[in-house]
Design a protein. Structure first.
Length: 500
C-alpha cells in the first residue's frame, strides 16, 4: 500500500490517531492500494468541535461572502473534473465517463448553492393589524453531518454539503471508507476557494464514527444515503437523539413497458439503466415489467444489446462497464444469479463466469438477464445492487401497476409508452417518489428534489432542491409593532409635523 488517506479537520489534514485503518482496493486488480484512517469517538468529536467553532462566524456571514466562495469553488471543481473522476475510478472502479457524469451531477447542486440568495428570501406581511407586520425568515441549524455511500463518492456528498454551507451551516462529512479519496479532494478544493477553516470537515471511519455522529449533542441534523436497513437505523437512532434526519434507503426500481412502446428505445433504456455503473446505484432499473405480448421480443432485444457491452478496467477508454466495488459484493451479486433458476426464472444471460485478461484478481462480473422472474424470488425481492436485470410479465397495465405498488420500495420508476393518457394515469397511480415517462432513470435536476417513498426514504425531507434548503434551515416568524413617531410624548421632537 503506497497511499494513506487521513482526516480533514479545521482546514488541514489530520493524521489518524485511533490506530485503526481500513484497506482501499483497486476493484480492477483486487490489490490494496491505500489505507484509510478509521476515526475514534474522540476524532469525531474533534471534527464536530471544529465545525461548531467555525459556525460562530460562518453562521452569521453575509450571503455575498458565502456565494463568492461557492462561485470560486464551482470554477475549481470544473477545472479538476478529470482529477476527481480519476480518484473515483481508482477506488470505486466505474469507467471514467461514468465518473465524469457523477461529478457533473454533483456540480448541479453547487450551482444551486451559488443561487442561495434567492432560495433564502423570506416572506413579509404588512399591516396584519394596526401597525403590525409579520416576517418569516429561515436560519441555519448549526453543525450538520452527512454519511454517504460508496457508489457515488463525489456526487452524493455534493448533494449535501454545498447547500448546507450555503445556508450558513458547518458540515462534518463521513464518506464511505471503501473509496474515501474523492471526499478529501473536494474538501481541499473548498479550502482553496476560500472556505474558512472548520466549515467543511471530513472524518473517515466505520460504525464507530457513524454512531458518534448520531449521538453527538452538537450535531443538529444528519443526512444519509445508503441501504434501507442502515437508513432505518440512522433515522431511528438520530431521531431518538433529537436530530433532524433525512435518510435515503434502497430501491427496486421498475420499468413498465406497454405494448405500444417503442421496443428498441425501451431495450436501449433498460440496458443503460440496469447495467450502467455496474448496477451499483439506487436509481438503477432492476426490474422490467413487460405488459401483454411484448415480453419475448423485448427480452431478445435486451439480450442482443447486453451481449455487446465491453467490460474492463475503468481507466480503459474502451470499457463500458467496470468491476464491482469488492470481491465480497461480487460474490453476493453472483449468488442471486446462480439461485435464480432454482426459483423459477429463465436465465437468459449469466455473467457470473466473466474473467478479464490481465486483471484476473479484479472484482469482475458480467451482465445477467433473468426472465419470467417470480415476485417471490430472492432476485426480485432484494436490492441486488449489481448488473442483474429481472424481467417480469403482466397481462395488463392494471396488473403491472399493482405489481409495482406492492413492492416495499418506492424510489424511482418509469413507464415506456406512446399513450399520453396511460402515462398520465401512471404518474398519478404509481407509488414512488420519482417517475420517468420514457425516461428510465428520472433523477431530478438540482433545483427539484430527489427522494423516494415507502422504504426508500426515512424522514420528511427529500434531498437537495427546495426540500434541501428547508432541511438545512429552520423557520422563524417575527411579529413586529412600532409606535408611530407622531405619537411620541410631548417634548420629544423627531422632526415629524403634527397635523392633527
Amino acid at each position: 500500500m503506497t497511499k494513506t488517506v487521513n482526516h480533514w479537520i479545521g482546514g488541514k489534514t489530520v493524521e489518524g490517531a485511533s490506530g485503526n485503518w481500513g484497506p482501499v482496493t483497486d476493484p480492477a486488480t483486487g490489490e490494496a492500494t491505500t489505507r484509510v484512517a478509521l476515526a475514534s469517538v474522540e476524532e469525531v468529536d474533534a471534527a464536530v468541535s471544529a465545525a461548531r467553532e467555525a459556525f460562530a462566524t460562518w453562521g452569521t456571514s453575509s450571503l455575498a461572502q458565502r456565494t463568492a466562495v461557492l462561485f470560486r469553488y464551482r470554477a475549481l471543481l470544473d477545472a479538476r473534473r478529470d482529477d476527481i473522476a480519476a480518484l473515483i475510478t481508482a477506488e470505486h472502479g466505474k469507467v471514467h465517463s461514468d465518473a465524469l457524469g457523477e461529478v457533473a451531477r454533483g456540480l448541479e447542486i453547487v450551482e444551486l448553492a451559488c443561487g442561495i440568495t434567492t432560495q433564502l428570501k423570506g416572506e413579509l406581511s404588512t399591516q396584519v393589524s394596526s401597525r403590525v407586520d409579520v416576517a418569516a425568515i429561515r436560519q441555519p441549524l448549526g453543525v450538520v453531518a452527512g454519511i454517504t455511500p460508496f457508489n457515488f463518492p463525489a456526487m452524493v456528498p455534493m448533494w449535501m454539503f454545498p447547500l448546507a454551507i450555503a445556508c450558513g451551516n458547518t458540515f462534518v462529512l463521513k464518506p464511505s471508507e471503501k473509496d474515501p479519496s474523492a471526499a478529501n479532494l473536494l474538501a481541499e478544493l473548498a479550502a482553496e476557494a476560500g472556505l474558512p477553516d472548520g466549515v467543511l470537515n471530513v472524518v473517515h471511519g466505520d460504525k464507530v464514527a457513524v454512531d458518534a455522529l448520531l449521538a453527538h449533542p452538537d450535531v443538529a441534523a444528519v443526512s444519509f444515503v445508503g441501504s434501507t436497513p442502515i437508513a432505518r437505523y440512522i433515522h431511528t437512532t438520530a431521531s431518538a437523539n433529537g436530530k433532524r434526519v433525512q435518510a435515503l434507503g434502497g430501491a427496486k426500481n421498475h420499468m413498465l413497458v406497454l405494448p405500444d412502446a417503442d421496443l428498441d428505445a425501451a431495450a436501449d433504456a433498460a440496458v443503460s439503466a440496469a447495467y450502467g455503473s455496474a448496477g451499483e446505484r439506487c436509481m438503477a432499473i432492476s426490474a422490467v415489467v413487460a405488459v401483454g405480448a411484448v415480453g419475448d421480443e423485448l427480452v431478445e432485444k435486451i439480450r442482443e444489446r447486453a451481449e455487446k457491452i465491453k467490460i474492463g478496467p475503468g481507466n480503459d477508454p474502451t470499457s463500458e462497464m467496470g468491476p464491482l466495488i469488492t470481491a465480497a459484493h461480487r460474490d453476493k451479486v453472483a449468488s442471486y444469479v446462480k439461485g435464480a433458476a432454482d426459483q423459477g426464472a429463465d436465465v437468459v444471460l449469466d455473467g457470473t463466469g466473466l474473467r478479464v485478461d490481465g486483471f484476473e484478481g479484479g472484482h469482475w462480473i458480467g451482465l445477467s438477464l433473468l426472465d419470467k422472474v417470480s415476485t417471490d424470488s430472492d432476485a426480485y425481492r432484494d436490492e441486488i445492487f449489481g448488473p442483474v436485470l429481472c424481467v417480469l410479465r403482466a397481462e395488463t397495465y392494471e396488473e403491472g401497476v399493482a405489481l409495482i405498488n406492492a413492492s416495499p420500495f418506492g424510489n424511482g420508476t418509469a413507464i415506456f409508452t406512446r399513450d399520453g393518457g396511460a402515462a398520465r394515469r401512471f404518474q398519478l397511480e404509481i407509488e414512488a417518489g420519482m417517475v420517468g415517462v420514457n425516461v428510465p432513470i428520472p433523477v431530478p435536476v438540482g433545483y427539484h428534489s430527489f427522494g423516494g417513498w415507502k422504504d426508500s426514504l426515512f424522514g420528511d425531507h427529500h434531498i437537495y432542491g427546495n426540500d434541501g434548503v428547508h432541511f438545512y434551515t429552520r423557520g422563524k416568524v417575527v411579529t413586529t409593532r412600532w409606535p408611530d413617531p407622531a405619537d411620541a410624548p410631548a417634548g420629544v421632537d423627531l422632526g415629524f409635523p403634527r397635523n392633527h
